[in-house]
Design a protein around this ligand. Structure first.
Ligand SMILES: C[S@@+](CC[C@H](N)C(=O)[O-])C[C@H]1O[C@@H](n2cnc3c(N)ncnc32)[C@H](O)[C@@H]1O
Length: 262
């Protein structure tokens, strides 16, 4: 499934609905705090003219940074391929560019050689699937200049069994999204010439079967069939996959990676 087909499939939860999804995870300032604090720490010391949020969705992270004055004298840009997400983003001092992360060029964000970009991203790398992870990290690196930074919060797991369980869930839901083990994501960053200076945890995202059903268009019967398959293969796993009375809950674990282009 191509990325634009994935985005189309999820269009029912994009736009105005997005901020309320998954108990408001993506519009909650407290949940965003570890990422905002990490960005603030590195951005305040960086020589950056533009802060580019790759897959910025409805623009929550950039708006937080703008409101807190962290982007002062810098241009915040939200690059996202979903028209509905960008429409819901409004302005709030943030420029929006509709485009694919896999296709964007540095020149889409800054003019001339003198300007510097600080890249950020939250919860997007999994859209590129197992096969696409290395190439997207390389593409972003190719658009960066040596010394520029890429701070991203990405879903990844402590060990391969946890990652396999969640990857099986997405496979069963017919989604090509894919989640790595944190150590393997670190290796992929390094191989793409991102020197990882820091890795810290961020709050997990709780996914209820009802919301997953709504997001991916899966009925109750199929959700229960998926639950049985996961229970047969993995059983309940604390903080990863658990049964509820009517379905199940799964958790995406997140880490914040601070990369320096080398
Ligand atoms: C899970 S949402 C996260 C949104 C935002 N980063 C946040 O934390 O609130 C993923 C976003 O990435 C965008 N996206 C996914 N794949 C993309 C791609 N290849 N190019 C551009 N945007 C993409 C989607 O449209 C969506 O808005």
């Amino acid at each position: 499934m191509k990325i634009d087909e994935q985005i189309l499939r999820e269009s029912g939860v994009h736009g105005e609905q997005w901020n309320a999804l998954h108990e408001g995870y993506f519009s909650d300032a407290l949940i965003a705090r570890p990422l905002i604090e990490t960005i603030t720490r590195y951005l305040s010391a960086a020589d950056a003219d533009v802060v580019a949020d790759l897959g910025g969705g409805t623009g929550f992270i950039l708006r937080e940074l703008v409101e807190q004055g962290i982007t002062a004298n810098r241009i915040p840009i939200n690059l996202d391929c979903s028209e509905m997400q960008l429409e819901a983003a409004g302005q709030g001092g943030v420029s929006c560019i509709r485009g694919m992360i896999s296709d964007f060029r540095r020149s889409d964000l800054v003019a001339g050689d003198e300007k510097h970009i600080f890249f950020i991203m939250r919860s997007v790398l999994h859209y590129f699937g197992r096969e696409g992870l290395s190439s997207i990290l390389q593409h972003i690196r190719q658009q960066a200049r040596t010394g520029e930074m890429f701070v991203h919060q990405s879903a990844c797991f402590e060990n391969s069994r946890e990652a396999q369980c969640i990857n099986r869930l997405y496979l069963e839901m017919g989604s090509p999204k894919w989640y790595p083990v944190a150590e393997d994501l670190l290796d992929s960053m390094t191989a793409a010439r991102w020197d990882v200076m820091d890795i810290t945890p961020a709050p997990p995202l709780k996914l209820s079967s009802a919301e997953l059903g709504q997001r991916y268009g899966i009925d109750e019967h199929d959700l229960l069939r998926i639950r049985s398959r996961l229970m047969d293969e993995f059983g309940e796993m604390e903080n990863i996959f658990q049964c509820t009375r009517n379905g199940f809950v799964a958790y995406l674990q997140y880490m914040i990676f601070v990369g320096l282009a080398v």
